[in-house]
Write a protein that binds this ligand. Structure first.
Ligand code: ATP
Length: 354
């Protein structure tokens, strides 16, 4: 069991706040992603969970026990760094067995454990090779082997695939996820890559400017973004935002934008003030009957779909449509949206109106 509960966690470095009052729960066995742009506080959060950094305030619980001020050695949490610090003069077997040998584990048990880990990672045939000559992927596997050999309660991974090229990165991501599914160990994984987070994570925390913006499953975060930041950060191309003044009519499921009316979900009936109409590109329908008129600026062919860039009176937007749909640059077309695919935001706070 390794459930990690984070409560009002804060970290100041002098006058600078790297993490502000963050709270979320990582359930036992979850592959949990900390996602956000560079400098938002992901690594600092991860380091506080591992004990490499002490919180300024707030609490961290591991299986119900408060560990906030415990040293890393007491926490039974393994940290996998981006730059794997393998011992270059040792072979693979010695690199993996090192944590056990330094704990004083009997030789026979070490041998059994290393063989088990090599089996899980599929590296039995390179155990006697020096690490210096290994490929990037094998080095990655050895580093993982060294982390999992101790049977820690949880793994912390800081952009472990960050240094790899795109194709290889994808393969290693699949391998890591499969490894996690075999071992079922709680894993907290830092990334700034939204696609990686969506593909690999059971749950995602999206951070921005030291603050947790949203916490949920990939689907919740994609379908129901809590803020404009999340809506913009997740998805490619990102969500379209059309700004409009005025109000959704009280009591009527309609919104007026530049003289046109749109049906919106009942949920949003009472929205008013400076509002933002958010719609994902795949939910923008090109239709002659569409109430919002737009000019086609460009079309980008992507195989099964194409991305159409459009200019409307309310702003520029992108539509992802079937690549067989014929669209000419320069033509005027109508746009339509299904009410349930629209998210309305308060323009001032950036928060979704639910
Ligand atoms: P990246 O992906 O770039 O590492 P991150 O989201 O992981 O970004 P952190 O490394 O947690 O961000 O850093 C958050 C902020 O805290 C940054 O502005 C960073 O410069 C600052 N910071 C981190 N560690 C320290 C430190 N020891 N002293 C002072 N400032 C720090």
């Amino acid at each position: 069991m390794a459930e990690i509960v984070i409560k009002n966690l804060r970290k100041n470095f002098g006058d600078f706040t790297a993490v502000k009052e963050s709270s979320f729960t990582i359930e036992d066995g979850e592959f949990f992603m900390l996602l956000g742009p560079s400098g938002c506080g992901k690594t600092t959060t991860l380091r506080m969970i591992a004990g490499l950094e002490l919180p300024t305030s707030g609490e961290i619980y591991l299986d119900g026990e408060e560990i906030s001020q415990q040293p890393p050695s007491k926490r039974d949490i393994a940290f996998v760094f981006q730059m794997f610090a393998l011992y270059p003069h040792m072979n693979v077997r010695r690199n993996i067995s090192y944590p056990l040998v330094s704990q004083g584990m009997p030789k026979r048990d070490v041998k059994t454990k290393v063989a088990e880990v090599a089996g899980i990672l599929g590296i039995e045939d390179i155990l006697d090779r020096p690490v210096g000559g290994l490929s990037g992927g094998d080095r990655q596997r050895v580093a993982l082997g060294r982390a999992i050999v101790r049977d820690p309660k949880a793994f912390m991974m800081d952009e472990p695939l960050g240094a790899l090229d795109a194709e290889f990165r994808e393969r290693m991501a699949e391998e890591l996820r499969a490894l996690h599914d075999r071992m079922n160990a709680t894993t907290v994984y830092v990334t700034h890559d939204q696609l990686e987070a969506m593909q690999m994570g059971d749950k995602i925390v999206v951070m921005n400017n030291a603050v947790v913006e949203q916490f949920g499953t990939p689907q919740e975060i994609y379908d129901k973004p809590a803020t404009m930041f999340v809506a913009d950060f997740i998805g490619s191309p990102s969500m379209n935002f059309l700004h409009f003044n005025g109000a959704a009519h009280q009591g009527a499921a309609q919104v007026s934008m530049n003289g046109s009316s749109y049906a919106v979900p009942k949920l949003h009936q009472n929205a008013k003030g400076n509002l933002v109409f958010g719609v994902r590109p795949e939910h923008v329908k090109l239709s002659d009957q569409g109430a919002l008129r737009a000019k086609v600026l460009a079309s980008e062919y992507l195989g099964t779909t194409q991305i159409i860039t459009l200019e409307s009176e309310s702003g520029t937007l992108k539509a992802r449509v079937d690549s067989h749909q014929s669209v000419r640059v320069g033509e005027m077309i109508g746009l339509d949206f299904k009410p349930e695919t629209i998210t309305l935001f308060d323009a001032d706070s950036g928060n979704a109106l639910a």
